[in-house]
Design a protein around this ligand. Structure first.
Ligand SMILES: Cc1cc2nc3c(=O)[nH]c(=O)nc-3n(C[C@H](O)[C@H](O)[C@H](O)COP(=O)(O)OP(=O)(O)OC[C@H]3O[C@@H](n4cnc5c(N)ncnc54)[C@H](O)[C@@H]3O)c2cc1C
Length: 456
Protein backbone atom coordinates (compact mmCIF):
# COMPACT_ATOMS: atom_id res chain seq x y z
CA UNK A 1 0.00 0.00 0.00
CA UNK A 2 1.48 3.42 -0.86
CA UNK A 3 1.39 6.27 1.59
CA UNK A 4 -1.66 8.36 2.31
CA UNK A 5 -1.05 12.13 2.13
CA UNK A 6 -1.89 13.73 5.44
CA UNK A 7 -2.68 17.43 5.58
CA UNK A 8 0.38 17.97 7.73
CA UNK A 9 3.13 15.77 9.14
CA UNK A 10 1.84 13.03 11.38
CA UNK A 11 1.40 14.56 14.79
CA UNK A 12 3.69 14.01 17.71
CA UNK A 13 2.66 14.56 21.32
CA UNK A 14 1.99 18.11 22.50
CA UNK A 15 3.19 21.58 21.52
CA UNK A 16 1.55 24.55 19.78
CA UNK A 17 1.37 24.20 16.01
CA UNK A 18 0.14 26.23 13.08
CA UNK A 19 -2.91 24.48 11.77
CA UNK A 20 -5.25 25.05 8.84
CA UNK A 21 -7.64 22.86 6.92
CA UNK A 22 -7.90 22.38 3.16
CA UNK A 23 -8.81 26.00 2.33
CA UNK A 24 -5.71 27.27 4.19
CA UNK A 25 -8.06 29.77 5.79
CA UNK A 26 -8.06 30.46 8.69
CA UNK A 27 -4.60 29.52 10.00
CA UNK A 28 -4.42 29.24 13.79
CA UNK A 29 -2.02 28.22 16.51
CA UNK A 30 -3.34 25.32 18.52
CA UNK A 31 -2.29 22.57 20.81
CA UNK A 32 -2.37 19.31 18.88
CA UNK A 33 -2.56 15.99 20.65
CA UNK A 34 -3.12 12.54 19.21
CA UNK A 35 -4.32 9.33 20.78
CA UNK A 36 -3.90 5.66 20.00
CA UNK A 37 -6.34 4.32 22.61
CA UNK A 38 -9.55 5.32 24.36
CA UNK A 39 -7.67 5.50 27.66
CA UNK A 40 -5.22 8.04 26.24
CA UNK A 41 -8.06 10.14 24.84
CA UNK A 42 -9.93 10.06 28.16
CA UNK A 43 -6.82 11.40 29.92
CA UNK A 44 -6.55 14.24 27.39
CA UNK A 45 -10.18 15.26 27.84
CA UNK A 46 -9.81 15.22 31.63
CA UNK A 47 -6.63 17.34 31.33
CA UNK A 48 -8.35 19.90 29.09
CA UNK A 49 -11.26 20.37 31.48
CA UNK A 50 -12.16 24.05 31.65
CA UNK A 51 -8.95 25.33 30.05
CA UNK A 52 -9.78 25.34 26.36
CA UNK A 53 -12.24 23.93 23.84
CA UNK A 54 -11.39 20.55 22.32
CA UNK A 55 -12.31 19.20 18.88
CA UNK A 56 -11.55 15.97 17.03
CA UNK A 57 -9.59 16.25 13.81
CA UNK A 58 -9.27 13.67 11.04
CA UNK A 59 -7.20 14.53 7.97
CA UNK A 60 -8.13 18.24 7.90
CA UNK A 61 -9.93 17.90 4.56
CA UNK A 62 -12.84 20.05 5.62
CA UNK A 63 -12.20 23.43 4.08
CA UNK A 64 -12.76 25.83 6.96
CA UNK A 65 -12.64 25.82 10.75
CA UNK A 66 -14.83 22.84 11.74
CA UNK A 67 -11.87 20.89 13.10
CA UNK A 68 -9.93 23.82 14.55
CA UNK A 69 -9.96 24.77 18.24
CA UNK A 70 -7.61 25.68 21.10
CA UNK A 71 -6.92 21.97 21.47
CA UNK A 72 -7.21 19.55 18.59
CA UNK A 73 -7.18 15.78 19.07
CA UNK A 74 -5.97 14.06 15.94
CA UNK A 75 -7.40 10.62 15.21
CA UNK A 76 -4.67 9.68 12.73
CA UNK A 77 -2.88 7.33 15.14
CA UNK A 78 -6.20 5.59 15.84
CA UNK A 79 -6.47 3.94 12.45
CA UNK A 80 -6.74 0.16 12.53
CA UNK A 81 -9.15 -2.20 10.82
CA UNK A 82 -10.96 -4.27 13.49
CA UNK A 83 -13.00 -6.89 11.60
CA UNK A 84 -14.69 -7.62 8.28
CA UNK A 85 -17.76 -9.82 7.71
CA UNK A 86 -17.69 -11.13 4.16
CA UNK A 87 -21.35 -12.21 4.16
CA UNK A 88 -22.69 -8.71 4.93
CA UNK A 89 -19.83 -6.47 3.81
CA UNK A 90 -19.65 -4.96 7.31
CA UNK A 91 -16.29 -3.42 8.15
CA UNK A 92 -15.47 -2.39 11.73
CA UNK A 93 -12.58 0.05 12.02
CA UNK A 94 -11.14 2.78 14.19
CA UNK A 95 -12.13 6.31 13.26
CA UNK A 96 -8.73 7.39 11.93
CA UNK A 97 -8.81 4.89 9.05
CA UNK A 98 -8.74 6.71 5.70
CA UNK A 99 -11.14 5.96 2.87
CA UNK A 100 -8.09 5.34 0.66
CA UNK A 101 -6.94 2.54 2.97
CA UNK A 102 -10.38 0.93 2.75
CA UNK A 103 -10.36 1.13 -1.06
CA UNK A 104 -6.81 -0.20 -1.37
CA UNK A 105 -7.67 -3.19 0.80
CA UNK A 106 -11.23 -4.02 -0.22
CA UNK A 107 -11.64 -3.12 -3.91
CA UNK A 108 -9.42 -6.06 -4.96
CA UNK A 109 -11.77 -8.27 -2.88
CA UNK A 110 -14.88 -6.94 -4.66
CA UNK A 111 -16.11 -4.27 -2.22
CA UNK A 112 -16.52 -0.50 -2.58
CA UNK A 113 -17.61 2.36 -0.34
CA UNK A 114 -21.39 2.78 -0.34
CA UNK A 115 -20.92 6.56 -0.38
CA UNK A 116 -17.77 8.50 -1.11
CA UNK A 117 -17.03 12.22 -1.37
CA UNK A 118 -14.75 13.71 -4.04
CA UNK A 119 -11.57 12.84 -2.15
CA UNK A 120 -10.42 9.56 -0.60
CA UNK A 121 -8.01 11.33 1.75
CA UNK A 122 -10.49 11.64 4.59
CA UNK A 123 -11.03 9.54 7.70
CA UNK A 124 -14.06 7.46 8.63
CA UNK A 125 -14.59 9.73 11.66
CA UNK A 126 -14.57 12.81 9.41
CA UNK A 127 -16.96 11.14 6.96
CA UNK A 128 -19.47 10.48 9.74
CA UNK A 129 -19.08 13.84 11.49
CA UNK A 130 -19.74 15.75 8.23
CA UNK A 131 -22.17 13.04 7.04
CA UNK A 132 -20.55 13.35 3.64
CA UNK A 133 -22.45 12.89 0.39
CA UNK A 134 -21.26 11.66 -2.98
CA UNK A 135 -22.41 11.60 -6.57
CA UNK A 136 -25.13 9.09 -5.61
CA UNK A 137 -26.95 11.04 -2.90
CA UNK A 138 -30.14 11.28 -4.98
CA UNK A 139 -30.26 7.46 -5.05
CA UNK A 140 -28.43 6.22 -1.96
CA UNK A 141 -28.34 8.98 0.67
CA UNK A 142 -25.27 10.02 2.62
CA UNK A 143 -22.47 8.22 4.50
CA UNK A 144 -24.45 7.78 7.71
CA UNK A 145 -27.01 5.54 5.99
CA UNK A 146 -24.30 2.85 5.87
CA UNK A 147 -23.09 3.26 9.43
CA UNK A 148 -24.46 0.27 11.35
CA UNK A 149 -23.13 1.53 14.69
CA UNK A 150 -20.36 3.55 16.30
CA UNK A 151 -18.56 4.00 19.60
CA UNK A 152 -18.45 7.60 20.80
CA UNK A 153 -16.49 9.10 23.68
CA UNK A 154 -18.52 11.79 25.43
CA UNK A 155 -17.09 14.84 27.24
CA UNK A 156 -17.29 12.87 30.52
CA UNK A 157 -14.96 10.20 29.11
CA UNK A 158 -17.81 7.66 29.00
CA UNK A 159 -17.89 5.52 25.84
CA UNK A 160 -21.36 5.00 24.35
CA UNK A 161 -22.47 2.67 21.57
CA UNK A 162 -25.00 4.26 19.26
CA UNK A 163 -26.90 3.27 16.13
CA UNK A 164 -30.29 3.93 14.52
CA UNK A 165 -31.75 1.53 17.13
CA UNK A 166 -29.63 2.18 20.24
CA UNK A 167 -29.16 5.75 21.56
CA UNK A 168 -30.61 6.88 18.25
CA UNK A 169 -30.91 10.55 19.28
CA UNK A 170 -27.16 10.63 19.88
CA UNK A 171 -26.52 8.77 16.62
CA UNK A 172 -28.56 11.28 14.60
CA UNK A 173 -26.87 14.24 16.26
CA UNK A 174 -23.39 12.79 15.71
CA UNK A 175 -23.92 12.06 11.99
CA UNK A 176 -23.38 15.55 10.56
CA UNK A 177 -22.73 16.93 14.07
CA UNK A 178 -19.20 18.15 13.19
CA UNK A 179 -17.50 16.52 16.18
CA UNK A 180 -19.56 18.51 18.68
CA UNK A 181 -21.22 15.56 20.45
CA UNK A 182 -17.97 13.71 21.19
CA UNK A 183 -15.09 11.82 19.59
CA UNK A 184 -16.02 8.86 17.39
CA UNK A 185 -13.66 6.06 18.36
CA UNK A 186 -14.74 3.37 15.92
CA UNK A 187 -17.56 2.51 13.54
CA UNK A 188 -19.03 -0.40 11.66
CA UNK A 189 -19.83 0.58 8.07
CA UNK A 190 -21.47 -1.36 5.27
CA UNK A 191 -19.55 -1.68 2.01
CA UNK A 192 -21.19 -2.44 -1.34
CA UNK A 193 -20.38 -5.36 -3.65
CA UNK A 194 -18.76 -4.57 -6.98
CA UNK A 195 -17.83 -6.82 -9.86
CA UNK A 196 -15.14 -4.50 -11.22
CA UNK A 197 -13.10 -1.48 -10.18
CA UNK A 198 -14.31 0.42 -13.25
CA UNK A 199 -17.10 2.82 -14.07
CA UNK A 200 -19.04 3.18 -17.29
CA UNK A 201 -19.04 6.95 -17.66
CA UNK A 202 -21.17 9.03 -19.97
CA UNK A 203 -20.77 12.74 -20.52
CA UNK A 204 -23.36 15.14 -21.84
CA UNK A 205 -23.16 18.84 -22.60
CA UNK A 206 -25.69 21.48 -21.57
CA UNK A 207 -25.83 25.04 -22.85
CA UNK A 208 -27.43 26.53 -19.78
CA UNK A 209 -28.88 25.89 -16.34
CA UNK A 210 -32.31 24.79 -17.55
CA UNK A 211 -30.72 22.16 -19.79
CA UNK A 212 -28.39 20.80 -17.12
CA UNK A 213 -31.24 20.47 -14.62
CA UNK A 214 -33.29 18.63 -17.20
CA UNK A 215 -30.33 16.31 -17.81
CA UNK A 216 -30.05 15.62 -14.06
CA UNK A 217 -33.74 14.72 -13.87
CA UNK A 218 -33.43 12.44 -16.89
CA UNK A 219 -30.38 10.79 -15.31
CA UNK A 220 -32.09 10.12 -11.97
CA UNK A 221 -31.99 6.36 -12.58
CA UNK A 222 -28.18 6.46 -12.93
CA UNK A 223 -26.31 5.64 -9.73
CA UNK A 224 -23.89 8.54 -10.02
CA UNK A 225 -24.19 12.02 -11.49
CA UNK A 226 -22.33 15.30 -11.16
CA UNK A 227 -21.93 18.39 -13.34
CA UNK A 228 -19.19 20.90 -13.81
CA UNK A 229 -20.48 24.42 -14.44
CA UNK A 230 -18.72 27.38 -16.00
CA UNK A 231 -20.03 30.05 -13.70
CA UNK A 232 -18.37 32.93 -15.54
CA UNK A 233 -19.95 32.21 -18.90
CA UNK A 234 -23.05 34.21 -19.73
CA UNK A 235 -23.49 32.59 -23.14
CA UNK A 236 -26.85 30.81 -23.50
CA UNK A 237 -28.15 32.62 -20.35
CA UNK A 238 -25.28 31.34 -18.23
CA UNK A 239 -24.58 27.95 -16.71
CA UNK A 240 -23.00 26.05 -19.63
CA UNK A 241 -22.01 22.74 -18.16
CA UNK A 242 -20.98 19.14 -18.56
CA UNK A 243 -22.76 16.26 -16.87
CA UNK A 244 -20.82 13.14 -15.89
CA UNK A 245 -22.93 10.13 -15.03
CA UNK A 246 -21.79 6.66 -14.19
CA UNK A 247 -22.54 3.05 -13.28
CA UNK A 248 -20.27 0.33 -11.95
CA UNK A 249 -19.05 -1.52 -15.04
CA UNK A 250 -19.63 -5.22 -15.61
CA UNK A 251 -16.61 -7.56 -16.14
CA UNK A 252 -17.51 -7.68 -19.81
CA UNK A 253 -17.42 -3.86 -20.07
CA UNK A 254 -14.24 -3.55 -18.00
CA UNK A 255 -12.40 -6.24 -19.97
CA UNK A 256 -8.94 -7.41 -18.91
CA UNK A 257 -7.88 -10.36 -16.78
CA UNK A 258 -8.12 -8.60 -13.37
CA UNK A 259 -11.13 -6.29 -13.45
CA UNK A 260 -10.86 -5.55 -9.70
CA UNK A 261 -7.38 -4.06 -10.06
CA UNK A 262 -6.62 -0.61 -11.41
CA UNK A 263 -3.32 0.67 -12.77
CA UNK A 264 -1.19 2.64 -10.27
CA UNK A 265 -1.95 6.32 -10.46
CA UNK A 266 0.67 8.92 -11.30
CA UNK A 267 0.19 11.87 -9.01
CA UNK A 268 1.58 15.36 -9.46
CA UNK A 269 2.58 17.44 -6.47
CA UNK A 270 2.13 21.22 -6.33
CA UNK A 271 5.16 21.88 -4.12
CA UNK A 272 4.51 25.55 -3.27
CA UNK A 273 1.77 28.17 -3.11
CA UNK A 274 1.21 29.95 -6.44
CA UNK A 275 1.21 33.77 -6.39
CA UNK A 276 -2.36 34.93 -5.82
CA UNK A 277 -2.10 37.36 -8.77
CA UNK A 278 -2.01 34.40 -11.17
CA UNK A 279 -5.65 33.76 -10.45
CA UNK A 280 -7.96 36.40 -11.83
CA UNK A 281 -11.13 36.73 -13.90
CA UNK A 282 -9.10 36.38 -17.10
CA UNK A 283 -7.18 33.19 -16.18
CA UNK A 284 -10.24 31.52 -14.69
CA UNK A 285 -12.30 32.35 -17.78
CA UNK A 286 -9.55 30.95 -20.04
CA UNK A 287 -9.27 27.77 -17.95
CA UNK A 288 -13.03 27.23 -17.99
CA UNK A 289 -13.26 27.71 -21.76
CA UNK A 290 -10.37 25.29 -22.37
CA UNK A 291 -11.84 22.69 -19.99
CA UNK A 292 -15.23 22.89 -21.67
CA UNK A 293 -13.67 22.49 -25.12
CA UNK A 294 -11.48 19.50 -24.05
CA UNK A 295 -14.13 17.68 -22.05
CA UNK A 296 -16.61 17.85 -24.87
CA UNK A 297 -14.16 16.71 -27.52
CA UNK A 298 -13.65 13.31 -25.90
CA UNK A 299 -15.83 10.22 -26.19
CA UNK A 300 -19.32 10.56 -24.72
CA UNK A 301 -19.01 7.04 -23.28
CA UNK A 302 -15.88 5.65 -21.67
CA UNK A 303 -14.78 3.00 -19.19
CA UNK A 304 -12.70 4.70 -16.50
CA UNK A 305 -11.21 3.40 -13.27
CA UNK A 306 -12.77 4.44 -9.96
CA UNK A 307 -9.90 6.83 -9.17
CA UNK A 308 -10.51 8.81 -12.35
CA UNK A 309 -14.28 8.91 -11.86
CA UNK A 310 -14.57 9.62 -8.14
CA UNK A 311 -11.30 11.34 -7.26
CA UNK A 312 -10.02 13.38 -10.23
CA UNK A 313 -8.59 16.06 -7.94
CA UNK A 314 -6.66 13.59 -5.78
CA UNK A 315 -4.30 13.17 -8.76
CA UNK A 316 -2.77 16.57 -7.93
CA UNK A 317 -1.43 16.54 -4.38
CA UNK A 318 -1.78 19.91 -2.62
CA UNK A 319 -3.85 21.42 -5.45
CA UNK A 320 -5.25 23.78 -2.82
CA UNK A 321 -1.99 25.78 -3.08
CA UNK A 322 -3.10 27.08 -6.47
CA UNK A 323 -5.14 29.69 -4.61
CA UNK A 324 -2.07 31.26 -3.00
CA UNK A 325 -1.00 31.76 0.59
CA UNK A 326 -4.12 33.68 1.61
CA UNK A 327 -6.11 30.54 1.05
CA UNK A 328 -9.59 30.07 -0.37
CA UNK A 329 -13.18 29.47 0.59
CA UNK A 330 -15.35 26.79 -0.89
CA UNK A 331 -18.88 28.10 -0.88
CA UNK A 332 -21.30 25.16 -0.94
CA UNK A 333 -25.03 25.57 -0.61
CA UNK A 334 -28.16 23.56 -1.37
CA UNK A 335 -31.50 24.88 -2.62
CA UNK A 336 -34.75 22.90 -2.47
CA UNK A 337 -35.93 21.53 -5.81
CA UNK A 338 -38.90 23.89 -6.03
CA UNK A 339 -36.81 27.06 -5.90
CA UNK A 340 -33.54 25.75 -7.38
CA UNK A 341 -33.99 26.85 -11.01
CA UNK A 342 -34.72 30.46 -10.13
CA UNK A 343 -32.33 30.61 -7.18
CA UNK A 344 -29.34 29.08 -8.97
CA UNK A 345 -29.79 31.40 -11.96
CA UNK A 346 -29.87 34.44 -9.70
CA UNK A 347 -26.84 33.31 -7.69
CA UNK A 348 -24.84 32.55 -10.84
CA UNK A 349 -25.69 35.99 -12.25
CA UNK A 350 -24.50 37.61 -9.06
CA UNK A 351 -21.20 35.67 -9.12
CA UNK A 352 -20.60 36.30 -12.79
CA UNK A 353 -21.18 40.05 -12.40
CA UNK A 354 -18.79 40.11 -9.43
CA UNK A 355 -16.05 38.65 -11.71
CA UNK A 356 -14.65 36.54 -8.85
CA UNK A 357 -15.56 33.21 -10.37
CA UNK A 358 -13.96 29.93 -9.57
CA UNK A 359 -12.11 27.13 -11.34
CA UNK A 360 -14.46 24.60 -9.97
CA UNK A 361 -18.20 24.97 -9.79
CA UNK A 362 -19.82 21.66 -9.16
CA UNK A 363 -23.53 20.84 -9.22
CA UNK A 364 -25.13 17.72 -7.74
CA UNK A 365 -28.64 16.44 -7.20
CA UNK A 366 -29.41 15.56 -3.58
CA UNK A 367 -32.10 13.30 -2.19
CA UNK A 368 -33.95 13.60 1.13
CA UNK A 369 -32.07 14.76 4.22
CA UNK A 370 -31.55 12.66 7.36
CA UNK A 371 -30.25 13.32 10.89
CA UNK A 372 -30.41 16.45 13.01
CA UNK A 373 -28.08 18.92 11.32
CA UNK A 374 -26.77 17.03 8.28
CA UNK A 375 -26.40 19.23 5.23
CA UNK A 376 -28.33 17.43 2.46
CA UNK A 377 -31.93 18.28 1.57
CA UNK A 378 -33.86 17.26 -1.54
CA UNK A 379 -32.63 19.67 -4.19
CA UNK A 380 -29.52 20.92 -5.96
CA UNK A 381 -26.20 21.65 -4.31
CA UNK A 382 -23.55 23.86 -5.86
CA UNK A 383 -19.94 24.26 -4.69
CA UNK A 384 -17.67 27.08 -5.84
CA UNK A 385 -14.10 27.97 -4.91
CA UNK A 386 -13.06 31.58 -4.32
CA UNK A 387 -9.58 32.82 -3.37
CA UNK A 388 -9.66 34.87 -0.18
CA UNK A 389 -9.56 38.60 -1.02
CA UNK A 390 -10.96 41.70 0.67
CA UNK A 391 -13.76 41.85 -1.89
CA UNK A 392 -14.84 38.28 -1.29
CA UNK A 393 -16.62 38.42 2.06
CA UNK A 394 -19.19 41.12 1.17
CA UNK A 395 -20.07 39.10 -1.96
CA UNK A 396 -20.53 35.89 0.06
CA UNK A 397 -22.75 37.72 2.55
CA UNK A 398 -25.01 38.72 -0.30
CA UNK A 399 -25.05 35.12 -1.53
CA UNK A 400 -25.93 33.93 2.01
CA UNK A 401 -29.05 36.11 1.94
CA UNK A 402 -30.07 34.71 -1.43
CA UNK A 403 -29.54 31.10 -0.30
CA UNK A 404 -31.71 31.65 2.77
CA UNK A 405 -34.37 33.53 0.79
CA UNK A 406 -34.66 30.52 -1.54
CA UNK A 407 -35.05 28.13 1.42
CA UNK A 408 -31.54 26.63 1.31
CA UNK A 409 -28.53 26.30 3.58
CA UNK A 410 -24.71 26.20 3.60
CA UNK A 411 -22.52 23.13 4.20
CA UNK A 412 -20.71 23.30 7.55
CA UNK A 413 -17.81 21.14 6.29
CA UNK A 414 -16.91 23.85 3.77
CA UNK A 415 -17.57 26.88 5.93
CA UNK A 416 -15.21 29.30 7.66
CA UNK A 417 -17.18 32.54 7.73
CA UNK A 418 -21.00 32.28 7.80
CA UNK A 419 -22.80 34.10 10.61
CA UNK A 420 -25.08 32.57 13.27
CA UNK A 421 -28.21 34.06 11.66
CA UNK A 422 -27.50 32.25 8.37
CA UNK A 423 -26.90 28.98 10.20
CA UNK A 424 -30.07 29.29 12.31
CA UNK A 425 -32.20 30.14 9.29
CA UNK A 426 -30.88 27.21 7.27
CA UNK A 427 -30.92 24.54 9.98
CA UNK A 428 -34.35 24.37 11.63
CA UNK A 429 -33.16 21.68 14.08
CA UNK A 430 -30.40 23.90 15.46
CA UNK A 431 -32.26 24.58 18.78
CA UNK A 432 -32.72 20.83 19.37
CA UNK A 433 -29.03 20.22 18.60
CA UNK A 434 -28.02 22.95 21.08
CA UNK A 435 -30.27 21.46 23.81
CA UNK A 436 -28.76 18.02 23.30
CA UNK A 437 -25.22 19.44 23.42
CA UNK A 438 -26.06 21.27 26.63
CA UNK A 439 -27.17 17.98 28.21
CA UNK A 440 -24.22 15.93 26.91
CA UNK A 441 -21.48 18.44 27.59
CA UNK A 442 -22.59 20.89 30.29
CA UNK A 443 -19.03 22.14 30.90
CA UNK A 444 -18.59 22.89 27.18
CA UNK A 445 -15.47 20.78 26.67
CA UNK A 446 -16.06 20.18 22.97
CA UNK A 447 -16.20 23.11 20.59
CA UNK A 448 -14.54 24.45 17.46
CA UNK A 449 -13.88 27.89 16.04
CA UNK A 450 -16.93 27.25 13.89
CA UNK A 451 -19.22 26.25 16.75
CA UNK A 452 -18.16 29.35 18.73
CA UNK A 453 -18.91 31.58 15.72
CA UNK A 454 -22.29 29.95 15.13
CA UNK A 455 -23.26 29.65 18.78
CA UNK A 456 -23.73 25.86 18.67
C1 LIG B 1 -11.05 17.67 -2.69
C2 LIG B 1 -12.18 17.53 -1.72
C3 LIG B 1 -13.38 17.04 -2.16
C4 LIG B 1 -14.46 16.91 -1.26
N1 LIG B 1 -15.64 16.42 -1.75
C5 LIG B 1 -16.68 16.28 -0.92
C6 LIG B 1 -17.91 15.73 -1.38
O1 LIG B 1 -18.04 15.37 -2.55
N2 LIG B 1 -18.92 15.56 -0.48
C7 LIG B 1 -18.78 15.91 0.84
O2 LIG B 1 -19.72 15.73 1.58
N3 LIG B 1 -17.63 16.43 1.30
C8 LIG B 1 -16.59 16.61 0.46
N4 LIG B 1 -15.40 17.12 0.94
C9 LIG B 1 -15.30 17.47 2.36
C10 LIG B 1 -14.76 16.34 3.23
O3 LIG B 1 -15.22 15.09 2.77
C11 LIG B 1 -15.26 16.52 4.68
O4 LIG B 1 -14.93 17.78 5.16
C12 LIG B 1 -14.72 15.46 5.66
O5 LIG B 1 -15.39 15.64 6.88
C13 LIG B 1 -13.22 15.59 5.90
O6 LIG B 1 -12.80 14.53 6.77
P1 LIG B 1 -11.44 14.56 7.57
O7 LIG B 1 -11.15 13.18 8.02
O8 LIG B 1 -10.39 15.24 6.80
O9 LIG B 1 -11.85 15.39 8.87
P2 LIG B 1 -11.52 16.88 9.31
O10 LIG B 1 -11.56 17.75 8.12
O11 LIG B 1 -10.32 16.91 10.13
O12 LIG B 1 -12.80 17.19 10.24
C14 LIG B 1 -14.08 17.38 9.67
C15 LIG B 1 -15.14 17.36 10.78
O13 LIG B 1 -15.20 16.04 11.32
C16 LIG B 1 -14.99 16.05 12.72
N5 LIG B 1 -14.30 14.80 13.04
C17 LIG B 1 -13.23 14.24 12.42
N6 LIG B 1 -12.93 13.07 13.01
C18 LIG B 1 -13.80 12.89 14.01
C19 LIG B 1 -14.00 11.88 15.00
N7 LIG B 1 -13.24 10.77 15.06
N8 LIG B 1 -15.00 12.04 15.90
C20 LIG B 1 -15.80 13.12 15.86
N9 LIG B 1 -15.67 14.09 14.96
C21 LIG B 1 -14.68 13.99 14.05
C22 LIG B 1 -14.17 17.30 12.98
O14 LIG B 1 -14.33 17.75 14.31
C23 LIG B 1 -14.78 18.27 11.96
O15 LIG B 1 -15.95 18.83 12.47
C24 LIG B 1 -14.31 17.27 0.10
C25 LIG B 1 -13.08 17.76 0.54
C26 LIG B 1 -12.01 17.89 -0.35
C27 LIG B 1 -10.70 18.42 0.15
Amino acid sequence: MDTVPVTRTRPTQGGLKKLANWGNYPVIEALEESFASATELKGMLAGAHGTTRVIARGNGRCYGDSSLAGMVVSTLRHGRFLSFTESSGELACQSGVMLKEILDTFVPRGWFLSVTPGTKFITVGGAIASDVHGKNHHADGSFSRYVASMQLMLASGEVVLCSRETNCELFEATCGGMGLTGVILSATIRLRRIATAFIRQETAKARNLAEIMELFEKSATWSYSVAWIDCLSQSGQGGRSILFRGEHASPHEAGGASPLRIPPRHTINLPFFLPAAMLNGFTVRAFNAAYYACATKGAATAIVDYDAFFYPLDGILHWNRIYGRNGFVQYQFVLPKASAAKGLAEILRKISSGGQGSFLAVLKLLGKGENLISFPMEGYTMALDFPVTKKLFPLLEELDKMVIEYGGRLYLAKDSRMGAATFNAGYPNAPEFRRLRGRLDPAGIFGSLQSARLGI
